[in-house]
Design a protein around this ligand. Structure first.
Ligand code: FDM
Ligand code: MG
Length: 207
């Protein structure tokens, strides 16, 4: 039975993830391929609303560990939905996922493996597109600086943590420096096209 592909788009803030996921969704839809977008954090659930408060209200205090576990819990809230869609042959596009979860928390000084532990058992993406600036170009983009983590020094630490996943066989670096939306879009497609009709293999889990 062919299942849908699980595709994650990752990156620092203001690297174009949401723009590219939206384009990719449209491309797949135009080809008549069933696809669903899931954005993490999903701020609409009960846990998601708490996360939203944490991100937007700097007075709202949570320990780093508690915040981390909420982000993970937010993924576990949606795992049933993700698995069901994949089984139905729907391509699931994730705008941020486990990798953001680990990178942002580990950048605060929490142990990397400790950060990954609560996500063990979640479905592992078939492919991860990591939108990446060679320098700190994301921090110069409009809109940067509004939320809790949008601070230059912190973003640099997050980048280092993201890069610890580089080398995983599903990881694809996609450099966006100086590129227009369409150029990035084409590159995204070259990485995704082979998954666009689904896969016959079982979905892997984080372990
Ligand atoms: N973020 C996102 C985390 O710290 N942990 C997570 O598990 C996830 C999914 O939340 F700064 C951070 C990353 C970002 C913030 O994300 C909100 P969006 O994509 O800007 O909404
Ligand atoms: Mg953001």
């Amino acid at each position: 039975m062919t299942r849908g592909a699980l595709i994650a788009i990752e990156g620092l803030d203001r690297t174009g993830k949401s723009t590219q996921t939206e384009i990719l969704i449209n491309t797949l839809k135009q080809q008549g391929k069933p696809v669903e977008l899931i954005k993490f954090p999903d701020r609409t659930t009960q846990i998601g609303q708490l996360i939203n408060k944490y991100l937007t209200d700097k007075q709202f205090q949570l320990s780093d560990q508690s915040a981390h576990l909420l982000f993970s819990a937010n993924r576990w809230e949606l795992v049933e939905k993700i698995n069901k869609l994949l089984t139905q042959g729907v391509t699931v596009l994730l705008d941020r996922y486990v990798y953001s979860g680990v990178a942002y928390s580990a950048a605060k000084g929490l142990n990397f493996q400790w950060c990954l532990n609560p996500d063990l058992g979640l479905p592992k993406p078939d492919v991860v597109l990591f939108l990446k600036f060679k320098d700190d170009g994301n921090m110069k983009r409009d809109g940067f600086g509004d939320e809790r983590y949008e601070v230059d020094e912190f973003q640099k630490k997050v980048k280092v943590m993201f890069e610890r996943f580089d080398g995983d066989d599903n990881w694809r670096n996609l450099y966006v420096d100086g590129k227009g939306i369409e150029e990035v879009e084409e590159e995204v497609w070259t990485h995704v096209v082979k998954y666009s009709d689904g896969l016959d293999s079982d979905v892997q889990l984080f372990k």
